[in-house]
Write a protein that binds this ligand. Structure first.
Ligand code: AMP
Ligand code: GLY
Length: 422
């Protein structure tokens, strides 16, 4: 099988490394990929959102299967276009991708089908939203969310009506996130540990993967701005078997049935962003794709052939397969460029990697933002590398990851030193 993986981050590198182990896969292309990915796949310089160039390439190269990993090509309908050309894909079509690309769609779905989530109101005009946040109905803190995709930055927690008004103005009037902010959701603030659960689903059957814990803030102690994720441990220690059983019954199955009922069955990886509140688990967000960096910690624990699972999703026979997971734990520590998630410089040489972009330590290095020039790896993004280790014991996995982190350097290297110390 000739497989094309769309995307260029650490998540895509983890997917590619996992697919490389499959007996069914003979050749992997990545578009556009990155420096480290080029050691495991042939990189093709096509932007992840360029649907026509991607389709042309897939047709010309007679690609057998395409994995569309990032949110934007999914939201733009890349899977629908490729499937029209007869190329099977992993990932939802445009209608099902709305579960991530429209928070209004996701919230209304949960309300209609009684799936636990924060109480909310939708506003389609700044005037009405501004009126609401100064009314007696507004109980602070409140959470304000842009409807559409906003690079993970479209969520603002407002502690009072002034902060709420500023957020509404930034999203709806100044259009800080473009058309994503034409509608907003204002919802109640909840608290509790957060859990990421990625699940394979073919639209009928849903098979959750090992749970994980992301660390979204930039600095130790959960301080600083939100990032795409600074590190992950898997499994998530808060996610007990009892909680998993509740989630299965009240969240996972109802979501799959709801999407079916709405005429847009979800096929691919559905990401449940959960919060364990004192009233039980609730959905904070859905993503229509593998999480980044959750994937870098979860896939190393997968013992079943990933390609076989992906095919079972595409051909709707997930109920017929058994997915095996290692009982071990994993930890992934992200090395980022100094300044990330705000402005940062790139182009710095990375030391401590061999010619395949790997470490001499017992760890797997997933490349998120690197370039390979004259046999040297250079920084080329905000998140640069994800260092993943596995061990029977979670603390051991974390310790091993930090041991490897010490041996890799570049100017401005920034990482959190408290991954897994919840
Ligand atoms: P989202 O992009 O929807 O996942 O939101 C990003 C982060 O904002 C989440 O991981 C939470 O930490 C926080 N958040 C979102 N919604 C709420 C909420 N209703 N209450 C408290 N925190 C929230
Ligand atoms: N790590 C969060 C996400 O993938 O959205």
């Amino acid at each position: 099988m000739k497989v094309l993986v769309v995307g260029s981050g650490g998540r895509e590198h983890a997917i590619i490394k996992s697919l490389k182990k499959s007996k069914r896969v003979s050749k992997i292309f990545a578009a556009p990929g990155n420096g480290g990915i080029s050691c495991d796949a042939e990189c093709v310089q096509i932007k992840a959102v360029d649907i026509s160039a991607m389709t042309e390439f897939a047709v010309q190269q007679v690609i057998d299967y395409v994995v569309v990993a990032p949110d934007d090509p999914l939201a733009l309908g890349m899977v629908d276009v490729l499937e029209e050309k007869g190329i099977p894909c992993f990932g939802p079509g445009k209608a099902a991708a709305r579960i991530e690309s429209s928070k209004v769609f996701a919230k209304d779905l949960m309300k209609k089908y009684d799936i636990p989530t924060a109480k909310y109101e939708v506003f389609d005009s700044a005037k009405k939203a501004l009126k609401f946040v100064v009314s007696d109905n507004a109980a602070f803190p409140l959470v304000i969310k842009a409807d559409g995709l906003a690079l993970g930055k479209g969520v603002i927690i407002a502690n009072n009506s002034r902060e709420a008004s500023e957020a509404i103005e930034a999203i709806m009037i100044e259009k800080k996130f473009g058309e994503s902010g034409s509608n907003i959701v204002i919802e109640e603030f909840l608290s509790g540990p957060e859990v990421s659960v990625l699940a394979f689903t073919d639209g009928k059957t849903v098979l959750p993967m090992v749970s994980s814990m992301d660390h979204k803030r930039a600095f130790d102690g959960n301080k600083g701005p939100n990032t795409g994720g600074m590190g992950v441990i898997a499994p998530n220690p808060y996610y007990t078997q009892d909680i998993a059983a509740i989630c299965e019954k009240t969240i996972y199955l109802p979501t799959i049935r709801a999407m079916q009922n709405e005429g847009c069955p979800f096929k691919g990886c559905l990401y449940f962003g959960l919060m364990l509140t004192n009233k039980g688990p609730v959905v904070i967000e859905y993503n229509c794709r593998f999480g980044d960096p959750e994937t870098q910690a979860v896939l190393p624990l997968l013992e079943t052939d990933l390609f076989e699972i992906m095919e079972a999703v595409t051909y709707e026979r997930l109920s017929q397969i058994e997915i095996k997971w290692s009982k071990a734990s994993s930890a992934c520590v992200i090395l980022a460029s100094g300044g990330y998630p705000d402005s940062y410089k790139t182009g710095f040489a990375i030391s401590g990697l061999d010619e395949n972009g790997q470490s001499a330590e017992e760890a797997v290095v997933y490349h998120a933002g690197t370039a390979l020039k004259n046999s040297e790896f250079l920084t080329a993004g905000g998140r640069v590398l994800g260092i993943t280790t596995t061990a029977a014991d979670q603390n051991k996995a974390i310790e091993k990851a930090y041991k490897a982190v010490k041996t890799i350097s570049f100017e401005g290297k920034h990482f959190r030193s408290d991954i897994g110390k919840y």
